[in-house]
Design a protein around this ligand. Structure first.
Ligand code: IVH
Length: 626
């Protein structure tokens, strides 16, 4: 089992059985096998449904191996729903077709507040809850505030693949994809390998229960899978949805078994031998009690206001969720009311998918340029035809490094999928190869820095190419100055990139020490710099003279020396002069300093121009208590 920070949880009231007494190992093999199966299933339930694992993974694995051994020794004890039977059976030639007994429908989409208000109004009217339509200019109609506003179950719209699971007498007998809604594919052998999906339901299960839900992949599992694929030289996936789809489409279930798929239940198909619950929300609680994972991010609300506040709250937390969602789904909660509202063509009138702005879009690569970072790292950046993605217009996306461009096979002129999630820098995730124009050009890494013309070098074991210009390079100088001035370093408020660009481009400032020679007049002469801002900036530079040794060390921007290492160095050496004369051996004695960091510091201090800057800073009056 893979550890994760958040998973499915059932309501606190769901019954968690008390751990059975440990069955003596000398019980009969059949009793022991039964006990092991129960124990493994109970722990899967605690893990996947209640999100409350009680035993460490290693202990689970030991019980699992014991059951495997027992079943190998006594094949007659093997049952088809034994937890050991998830490893994946023999490969199939093709998937059989499955005709859904009840069609798998799709949802109508809404994109803005008005769509939601209209949806609520249509539901209310369809249920005879409002006498007349509210005035068109009043988004939040009286129906909302009224006693009789419609009750909805709100849930997430998972970005995975719809799945129908058929349980007969509590045993999983068939799993089918949605297909065209009428007919899907039989992927039972693959779905049996998904640990989050119980092979056997808990408690008293109905004679027939078709559970509808979404197969998906947690983002952390996706990242691990992609890292593993890349390491093995196999193709990586564009996003968790594609990874989930590709994994389910495998004809060899043993491959699917190695893919970390998950599942959330959200609906019901055929049901025999039990009554349908009166409320959708109650049905979801019931699923959890049967051992099916149900997402806890759900809520029962009333009226359009309730729907919109759920949408806003989830929207704010979207990027923190451990899986991708592309919206939220609203469903009229009372099943009788759902039936009353019915369907229009292929979608229910009682439900709405309220979409979030897409986090992935396609656009074209107009050019690939390189940027130079503080440490000289050369980052290729795709210049894109403007595209609205993740809520903003994006024109640049990082391509990370040359290997990455090669791996993703990005050419200038290509149509690409760009992803922007949260505050993360937009990135090119994949090329749409079918749309590559005949005149697409491959990217060639420049051999000289585009800013200073110095040679670009790439060390054998490093993915990153670097400009060798050091502080001769204006790009590196600018980044070094911004790093020096940042809040956690010398804390010079007002020294942003616009000012730094001008100071460096006009040759006014070359090194951090030059900052302390600036006067108000020089600054005020810069573009878009008011007298007041110039005065404030000079004051901030003035104040920064008084600092601490650890801030000063961090501000120098030595590669691999972050805030924590700077603190360790300051504490260890006490005085700057002690650090300046320390060789690699002495540096290695510092807490948490390994060979890479020690060498980086020694290299930095071995460059006379760096030591000069340090001396100039001290001469300019930068000081700290020693
Ligand atoms: S209910 C009758 N609930 O969205 C409605 N669907 O456009 C049946 N989906 O194919 C679907 N999260 O793959 C429902 N909480 C959720 C969902 C959800 C994702 C997907 C599902 C379906 C598509 C409908």
């Amino acid at each position: 089992m893979t550890a994760r920070t958040q998973g499915a949880q059932a309501p606190a009231s769901a019954p968690a059985r008390v751990s059975p007494e440990k069955l003596p190992a000398d019980a009969s093999p059949s009793a022991r096998a039964q006990w092991l199966r129960d124990e493994l299933e109970r722990n899967s339930y605690l893990y996947y449904v209640l999100d409350a694992p009680t035993i460490p993974d290693a202990e689970y694995d030991a019980l699992f191996r014991e059951l495997q051994a027992l079943e190998a020794e006594h094949p007659e004890l093997l049952t088809t729903d034994s937890p050991t039977q998830r490893v994946g059976g023999a490969p199939l030639a093709a998937f059989d077709s499955v005709r859904h007994r009840l069609p798998m429908l799709s949802l109508n989409n809404g994109f803005d507040d008005e769509d939601v208000v209209n949806f609520d109004r249509r539901c209310a009217q369809g249920l005879g809850r409002t006498a007349s339509a509210a005035p068109a200019d009043d988004l939040f109609s009286a129906a909302d505030a009224a006693e009789n506003s419609v009750e909805y179950a709100c849930e997430l719209k998972f970005d995975g693949l719809a799945m129908s699971l058929r349980y007969e007498d509590g045993r999983l007998v068939q799993a089918a994809t949605r297909g065209d809604g009428e007919t899907g594919e039989d992927v039972t052998a693959n779905v049996r390998t998904i640990k989050a999906i119980p092979l056997k339901l808990r408690g008293k299960a109905p004679a027939v229960l078709e559970v509808r839900g979404e197969v998906f992949m947690y983002r952390a599992d996706f990242d691990r899978l992609n890292a593993r694929q890349a390491e093995a030289g196999e193709k990586t996936f564009v996003n968790p949805r594609n990874a989930a789809a590709g994994s389910l489409r495998q004809l060899d279930p043993r491959i699917t078994a190695k893919r970390p798929l998950s599942f959330f239940a959200y609906g019901i198909g055929e049901l025999q031998g039990a009554d349908r619950p009166a409320m959708h929300s109650v049905m979801l609680d019931g699923f959890a009690e049967l051992g099916l994972p149900v997402c806890t991010e759900r809520r029962v609300v009333k009226g359009a206001q309730g729907l919109l506040s759920f949408y806003r709250e989830i929207g704010e937390r979207r990027d923190q969720l451990p899986y991708d969602i592309d919206g939220v789904v609203y469903k009229v909660n009372a099943i009788a009311e759902q039936e009353q509202l019915g369907f229009v063509s292929r979608a229910p009138r009682f439900a709405l998918a309220h979409k979030f702005p897409a986090q992935e879009m396609t656009t074209t690569v107009e050019d690939i340029e390189v940027q130079v970072g503080r440490t000289g790292a050369i980052t290729p950046v795709a210049r894109l035809a403007p595209v609205f993605v993740g809520g903003v217009t994006v024109t640049n996306a990082t391509l990370h490094n040359e290997d990455e461009i090669r791996r993703k096979d990005v050419h200038i002129g290509d149509t690409v999928i760009v992803r922007r999630a949260g505050d993360v820098i937009p990135e090119v995730v994949a090329v749409v190869l079918e749309r590559r124009p005949a005149d697409a050009r491959a990217f060639v890494m420049p051999t000289a820095c585009p800013v200073c013309g110095s040679h670009i070098e790439k060390l054998e074991d490093e993915a990153i190419a670097r400009c060798t210009g050091g502080l001769i390079c204006a790009a590196q100088r600018k980044q070094a100055l911004l790093h020096f001035a940042q809040r956690r370093a010398m804390d010079i408020e007002g020294l942003g990139d616009k000012v730094v660009d001008q100071l460096v481009d006009q040759g006014i400032v070359r090194t951090p020490a030059d900052l302390y020679k600036l006067g108000v007049a020089k600054l005020a002469a810069l573009d878009r710099m008011a007298d007041k801002s110039a005065t404030n900036l000079i004051a901030a530079i003035e104040t920064s003279r008084e600092t601490t040794l650890n801030r000063f060390i961090f501000a120098l921007g030595i590669r691999h020396v972050g805030e924590a290492t700077a603190k360790d160095l300051a504490r260890h050496f006490g005085k700057l002069d002690n650090l300046l004369v320390a060789g690699e051996a002495a540096l290695l004695e510092v807490n948490d300093v390994g060979p890479v960091v020690a060498q980086s510091i020694a290299n930095f201090l071995g460059e006379s121009h760096n030591v000069e800057v340090i001396e100039q800073l001290r001469a300019a009056g930068v000081h700290w208590p020693e």
